[in-house]
Design a protein around this ligand. Structure first.
Ligand code: ZN
Ligand code: ZN
Length: 363
């Protein structure tokens, strides 16, 4: 079975447990995952009877080239909903249940589909996590793409840092990252890069500004590449000159927390427990109130996907998950630090995919 057929079979295997006969996939990253199709409009109807990709005429050639023989392509007009409903009804037994992706369909479209399917003798039900639960564990093809995406990201950062940081505007460094990612082979950035020096570093999601990066501070750089449709994500906090003692202190605490969390990664560890490994170290150092966000998140076709690593996160790690480990400490007015690696959960630990050097005061 090819990669996409294997993934579809894994999803189909879970439908019966949910009491569902067919699934309409409306989330584009999941459409790509299950069929290989990439475009701005496409839905997948999936049942034990088969797989149908419904898209429009802009994608006639691309869709046929992307899918395997197990997926039928149907080209419809812009208002494809009636046709999609007919397709789903044809793949579902009389009185059967069609699941809709509750997190990825508008109420308007769901109502319209429900209307047509009801007249055809089928019921609809909103479900969450059907495809996501399969996507959360990466297959070998995905792991290879993630490794290369991370390698591109490492190389791009090295290029940018070779030009130095002090005296340049944050915004210019951010543009430099974009071109370095392209030069290293990325299809694009996986998100808008963050370049945040001195006080701006205290904002976890700072937007690069016109501010000139001064001497003697920390610069938070958070960046990612897309390769083969897969995202990478990495943060390095770069000391420029001789940062003040307080910033050096939070840097060391954050680094200890990050290393402890990476060392604790293995299958079976609860997501909330992993978060606590880093959070406890930061709290013990007196900075509990300065680490507001979660420890990390899953990464794949989407830059933020399951699992979520946070204080109240559910579930546990499993071999094959791709996650970030990114504790941070943020001091308003002074600066911030975040250190983020992309890691794969292996059978007995972690494979760290981010290889860009991490500054340490020991060296
Ligand atoms: Zn990041
Ligand atoms: Zn991240």
């Amino acid at each position: 079975m090819n990669t996409h057929a294997t993934r579809r079979a894994a999803v189909l295997a879970t439908l019966a447990d949910r009491g569902v006969d067919a699934l309409l996939v409306t989330h584009l990253p999941s459409v790509r995952y299950l069929t290989g199709f990439v475009g701005s409009n496409g839905v997948v109807a999936l049942s034990p009877d088969g797989t149908v990709l419904v898209t429009d005429s802009r994608y006639t050639v691309a869709a046929k080239a992307a899918v395997d023989e197990g997926t039928q392509v149907r080209i419809e007009g812009v208002d494809a909903l009636p046709a999609v409903a007919q397709t789903l009804a044809g793949m579902t037994p009389e009185g059967g249940v069609v699941a809709l992706e509750a997190a990825h369909i508008t109420l308007h479209r769901a109502d319209e589909l429900r209307g047509v399917l009801t007249t055809l003798g089928r019921t609809t039900r909103g479900e969450t996590g059907i495809v996501e639960d399969v996507r959360v564990v990466k297959d070998d093809a995905e792991k290879a793409l993630l490794r290369e995406s991370a390698r591109i990201n490492d190389a791009a950062l090295a290029r940018v840092l070779a030009g130095g940081l002090a005296g340049r505007r944050e915004r210019d460094v951010a543009w430099d990252i974009l071109s370095a990612l392209r030069d290293e082979g990325a299809e694009g950035p996986s998100f808008d890069s963050i370049v945040a020096a001195a006080g701006n570093g205290a904002r976890p999601h700072a937007v690069p500004s016109d501010a000139v990066i001064p001497d003697d501070t920390l610069v938070v750089i958070d960046m990612g590449a897309i390769h083969g449709g897969y995202c990478s994500d990495m943060t390095r906090t770069i000391p420029v000159g001789d940062p003040p003692a307080k910033l050096r202190e939070i840097y060391d605490v954050c680094l200890r927390a990050q290393r402890a969390a990476v060392a604790a990664v293995r299958p079976g560890v609860a997501c909330a427990e992993l978060d606590a490994v880093a959070r406890d170290i930061i709290a013990d150092a007196g900075y509990a109130d300065h680490f507001g966000h979660g420890l990390g998140h899953g990464v794949g076709i989407e830059i933020h996907e399951a699992p979520r690593l946070g204080r109240n996160a559910k579930g546990e790690l499993a071999s094959g998950m791709a996650i970030t480990i990114e504790p941070g400490i943020y001091l308003e007015g002074l600066g911030g630090v975040r250190i983020e690696d992309l890691v794969l959960v292996t059978d007995d630990g972690a494979e760290v995919l981010s290889h860009a050097p991490i500054a340490s005061h020991d060296d």
